[in-house]
Design a protein around this ligand. Structure first.
Ligand code: NAP
Length: 472
C-alpha cells in the first residue's frame, strides 16, 4: 500500500485525512490519496492564474507530449498493473488502455504543431474593403476536468493531453474510485517537462472539490465525463461557463438477416464484454432480425462461454470485475427482474463479489430496466426485431444517443441506419465503441450536448477564437 500525493500546480500535497482506494477483486487497499479541502482548490486556481505564465510555444507543448508518449510506452506494464489493481479491469484491457492513452498523446503532440488560423479576404462583395481578417485561437484561462472510473487513464488523457496541446491549464478531479493512475500520469507529465501551473490534480470529497470546480468563477470551462445524473446536475450548477458533457449510453448492435454471422457473433461478444461491459459505448442491446435469431444466439452463447471471468491480474482472464460489489449487485438484480418478466438467461447471470459473469439473456421484454436504462456491466440482452425499421425505432426509443453498430452486407440499409439513428456515431460492421483518438466523439440526447471530444475537437473547445483585421 502506498500513499499517493495530490498536486497543486505541480507541488505534491498531503492532507490530515486520507481516502483508501481498494482492489475490487480482493478488497485489498491498493493505495490512499489525500482528502483535500476548499483551500486546496483555491490555491490551485490561484496558482493557475498567477501573472507571468506565458502560454507555452507549440514546440514546447509538442515536445512535452511526445516525451510523455515515449515515457508511457516505456512504463506500460507499471501503468497497466495499477489500472488493473484499482479498477479490476483485466490485464488485456489495462494494456489496451495504456496503448490508447499513448495514441492520445501522439495525436495531441501532432495537433499542437498545426496552425489553426484562417484568413478572410474582405474585398468579396460590393460592400467589401481592402482588408483581411485573420483568426487565431487563444486557450481558455483554466479547464476544470472531472473524469469517471471506467477508463482510469484514457479518460484522463483525453482531458489533459488536448489541454496541453491547446496551451490551456487544467485542474483535474479524477474519480475517487480510481485516482491512483491519474496521479501517476500527472507525475510522469511533470517529469516530461510540463510546468506545474499547467496541471493540478485534486482528490477530495465531491461536495467540496468536484462541485467547487463546477461553480468556480475563475474556471472557464468544465469538461465532464460520467453519468447522466451527475452531468445534468452539473449543467444546472455550472452557470455561465463552457460545458462539455460526455454522459451515459445504451448502444445497440443491430444485426440484419444478410449479416456475416461469424462477424456479428464476434462483435457482439467484444462489444458486450470488453472492459467488463463498462464502456460508455459498450453494446447494451443486441437487436437481431427474427429470421436469424436462433442461429445467431447459438453462435453467440458458444463464443461468449469462452470469455473467462475471474482474477483480473491473471493474463488468461478476459472479463475482470466491475468497479465494486454494489455495482455487481445492481446488475444481478436487473437480471433477476428481467427473468421475472419472462426473459431466459442462457449464460452467466450471477455474480461473486464484484465479479459479474458475462451474461447472455434472451426474450427480454422491451421495457425491461436492463434494456431501457444503461446497465454498466457485462450484460448482453438479445432482442428480436422485425426488420431494420423496427430496430431503428427501438434504438431511438431510449433517452440516450451515444453510438451504435450495424452488421449488414447491404449498403443501402447501412446508409439508411446512418441517416435515421439519433446518435453521435454509427459504425458499419463494427462495434459502437470503435474510433481513433483524434476523431470526433460524443453523443446527443441524454448522452451529451452534442459538443464533441477526441483530441482535435477538444482542442477547439478549450480555445476561444479571436479575430483581427489589417488593411491589405
Ligand atoms: P459518475 O458517478 O457520474 O462520476 C463521474 C465523475 O463525477 C467522478 O469523478 C465522480 O467522482 C464525479 N462526481 C460525483 N459527484 C459529483 C458532483 N456532485 N459534482 C461533480 N462531479 C461529481 O460516473 P461514473 O460512475 O464514474 O462513470 C460511469 C458513467 O460514465 C457511465 O454512465 C458511462 O456511460 C459514463 N461515461 C461516458 C463516457 C462518454 O464519453 N460519453 C465515457 C466514459 C464513461 P467520484 O467517483 O469520486 O464520486
Amino acid at each position: 500500500m502506498k500513499d499517493y500525493k495530490a498536486y497543486i500546480a505541480g507541488n505534491a500535497v498531503e492532507a490530515d485525512e486520507w481516502i483508501d482506494v481498494t482492489n475490487p477483486y480482493n478488497g485489498e487497499v491498493v493505495g490512499r490519496v489525500p482528502s483535500l479541502g476548499a483551500d486546496h482548490l483555491e490555491a490551485a486556481v490561484r496558482e493557475t492564474h498567477l501573472s507571468g505564465h506565458e502560454v507555452l510555444s507549440r514546440y514546447q507543448r509538442s515536445e512535452i507530449l511526445n516525451k510523455a508518449m515515449q515515457r508511457l510506452q516505456d512504463r506500460a506494464s507499471e501503468f497497466s498493473r495499477l489500472i488493473t489493481s484499482e479498477a479490476g479491469l483485466c490485464v488485456r484491457e489495462s494494456r489496451y488502455e495504456v496503448g490508447r492513452a499513448s495514441d492520445v498523446l501522439q495525436f495531441a503532440a501532432m495537433e499542437a504543431l498545426k496552425d489553426d488560423g484562417q484568413v478572410f479576404s474582405c474585398d468579396l462583395t460590393p460592400h467589401g474593403k481592402a482588408r483581411k481578417i485573420f483568426t487565431l485561437r487563444e486557450p481558455v484561462r483554466c479547464v476544470g476536468s472531472i473524469t469517471p472510473f471506467n477508463h482510469p487513464l484514457n479518460q484522463v488523457a483525453h482531458k489533459v493531453a488536448p489541454a496541453i496541446a491547446a496551451g490551456a491549464p487544467t485542474i483535474l478531479k479524477p474519480s475517487l474510485k480510481t485516482p491512483l493512475t491519474a496521479l501517476l500520469f500527472a507525475e510522469m507529465l511533470y517529469e516530461c517537462g510540463l510546468p506545474g501551473w499547467m496541471l493540478s490534480v485534486l482528490t477530495g470529497p465531491d461536495a467540496i472539490i468536484a462541485e467547487g470546480i463546477v461553480r468556480h468563477p475563475d474556471i472557464d470551462l468544465i469538461s465532464f465525463t460520467g453519468s447522466e445524473k451527475i452531468g445534468k446536475r452539473i449543467s444546472k450548477e455550472a452557470g455561465y461557463k463552457k460545458l462539455v458533457l460526455e454522459l451515459g449510453g445504451n448502444d445497440p448492435l443491430i444485426i440484419l438477416e444478410d449479416a456475416d454471422l461469424d462477424l456479428a457473433v464476434k462483435l457482439a461478444c467484444e462489444g458486450s464484454f470488453r472492459n467488463s461491459g463498462q464502456r460508455c459505448t459498450a453494446v447494451k442491446r443486441i437487436l437481431v432480425e427474427k429470421s436469424i435469431l436462433d442461429e445467431f444466439v447459438s453462435g453467440f452463447v458458444e463464443l461468449a462461454s469462452t470469455y473467462r471471468c475471474g482474477d483480473p491480474a491473471d493474463p488468461q482472464t478476459l472479463v475482470g470485475t466491475v468497479i465494486d460489489e454494489q455495482a455487481a449487485m445492481v446488475l444481478e438484480e436487473r437480471v433477476r427482474a428481467a427473468e421475472k418478466a419472462g426473459a431466459r438467461v442462457l449464460l452467466g447471470g450471477s455474480r461473486h463479489g464484484a465479479l459479474m459473469e458475462p451474461t447472455v439473456i434472451v426474450d427480454v421484454p422491451r421495457d425491461a430496466e436492463m434494456v431501457v436504462r444503461e446497465s454498466f456491466g457485462p450484460l448482453a440482452p438479445v432482442l428480436a426485431v422485425d426488420d431494420l425499421n423496427d430496430a431503428i425505432e427501438l434504438t431511438n426509443s431510449t433517452a440516450y444517443g451515444l453510438s451504435s453498430g450495424i452488421v449488414t452486407r447491404d449498403l443501402h440499409k447501412a446508409i439508411e441506419a446512418v441517416k435515421r439513428l439519433r446518435v453521435g456515431t454509427c459504425n458499419i460492421n463494427e462495434v459502437p465503441g470503435y474510433r481513433i483518438e483524434c476523431s470526433p466523439f460524443g453523443g446527443i440526447k441524454d448522452s451529451g450536448l452534442g459538443i464533441k471530444e477526441g483530441v482535435i475537437e477538444a482542442m477547439k473547445f478549450m480555445t476561444n477564437v479571436k479575430t483581427f483585421s489589417l488593411p491589405w
